[in-house]
Design a protein around this ligand. Structure first.
Ligand SMILES: [Zn+2]
Length: 385
């Protein structure tokens, strides 16, 4: 009888292991220079992220309150992994916590997944309620934003005078800040996010010679977009606009949504480069979550119905703006489309998934999607430049 019971117990354990579900991520936090109030706010921020992220491997965060340059709130260095088993793209840098989540194993034992430096001299509001008083900066919002970079929301672009590059960033670029983990030799390789960046003509930035002056021109063109399909779905079919101002700032340019396109109060303001005082932004927003999902994170969308992305099965055009071709995804079976100029001329029609627009005048067009019964399903703006 005893043996039988033992057998049942063993079977029970195996069954529960077999059916184990991936869980919301946990954080292991090591803090330097924090008082109790700052620590509580930091832990609140990691708790928020836990609710969005699925991972069986704890995310190891080192954070230090230090003096940064005036006007800087925080800076984050993700640890990186490449060419691990199951990596979505080869020869591409993934934040180590994302690589760990994808593989389900600890690839960087003993080393942090990200180092976060927060400016100790900023006028912080450490409350967690988001009611940030005028003149103060919301600590929780800033920590959540910085963690997002550590999750892989960043480009490995750099610009040296006129030459733009991917994967040519060195530890010395951030002196006197020093990471707790060995700085990887980036080897001119891009980040996962870099795979989704295009210029205004729909040319992917990773197709440019690296390094090159042409790439450098793009990084400061103020005309860079993220054309990940998940981001398009989360943004009404439009590409996400990337912050690419005429002066390149390492770590700011190319690694945020465009400030002007997603200003204070916009649902996608969370990952713009500048934080407003007297204001909080503690919800990642649809585009940011979609990009994290696109680069490999499993996202738990159940936390907050306001940020739930309904799967959009209606037709979507990308890239948009387009240059030579625009691709239609989610075109229903037997549906067709026609394209009309703003002055009402019919420019093209078809039923395939590619709109050849290279010979058209540059400008704005309306694409109408028609069901097999002749009813209009949706009309979308298509920009050519
Ligand atoms: Zn940032």
């Amino acid at each position: 009888m005893i043996n039988y019971r033992t057998l049942c117990l063993v079977i029970g354990i195996n069954f529960s292991a077999f059916f184990a579900q991936s869980q919301n991520a946990t954080f292991e936090v090591t803090l330097g220079g924090f008082d109790a109030e700052a620590e509580a706010a930091f832990n609140y921020a990691t708790d928020q992220w836990s609710q969005y992220l699925i991972s069986d491997v704890p995310i190891k965060v080192h954070a230090n309150l230090v003096t940064l340059l005036p006007g800087q709130l925080g800076i984050t260095f993700p640890n990186g992994e490449k060419n691990f088993v199951g990596a979505p793209f080869n020869d591409t840098w993934y934040a180590s916590c994302l690589a760990n989540a994808i593989t389900g194993t600890e690839l960087n034992p003993g080393y942090a997944d990200m180092d976060i430096f927060i400016n100790s001299t900023a006028n912080w509001y450490f409350g967690t309620d988001g009611n940030t008083p005028a003149g103060q900066y919301d600590f929780v919002s800033t920590v959540m934003h910085e963690i997002c970079h550590g999750l892989g929301f960043l480009s490995l672009s750099n610009k040296d005078v006129t030459t733009g590059s991917f994967g040519l960033i060195y530890a010395t670029d951030f002196f006197p800040l020093v990471t707790s983990f060995p700085w990887p030799e980036l080897d001119t390789l891009p980040s996962a996010m870099d795979h989704y960046l295009s210029n205004g003509s729909g040319t992917m930035l990773l197709t440019f010679e690296n390094p090159s002056d042409a790439l450098g021109d793009e990084f400061t063109s103020n005309n860079i977009f993220c054309i990940s399909e998940k981001v398009l779905n989360a943004h009404g079919g439009e590409a996400g606009r990337i912050y690419a101002p005429s002066t390149f700032t390492l770590g700011s340019s190319m690694s945020h949504w465009n400030e002007g396109s997603y200003p204070v109060g916009n649902e996608n303001e969370f990952m713009t480069p500048n934080a407003a005082s007297g204001h909080s932004s503690q919800v990642p927003g649809p585009m940011t979550l979609a990009l994290l999902e696109e680069i490999g994170w499993e996202i738990d969308y159940t936390i907050d119905i306001n940020t739930t992305i309904q799967p959009d099965e209606s037709p979507i055009i990308f890239p948009n703006p387009a240059n030579e071709n625009a691709v239609i995804s989610n075109l229903p079976v037997n549906a067709s489309w026609d394209v009309v100029s703003l002055d009402g001329r019919n420019v093209a029609s078809g039923a395939n998934n590619v709109i050849d627009c290279k010979d058209w005048a540059r400008g704005i067009y309306i694409v109408r999607f028609i069901s097999d019964r002749g009813a209009e399903i949706k009309s979308s703006k298509l920009v050519l430049n």
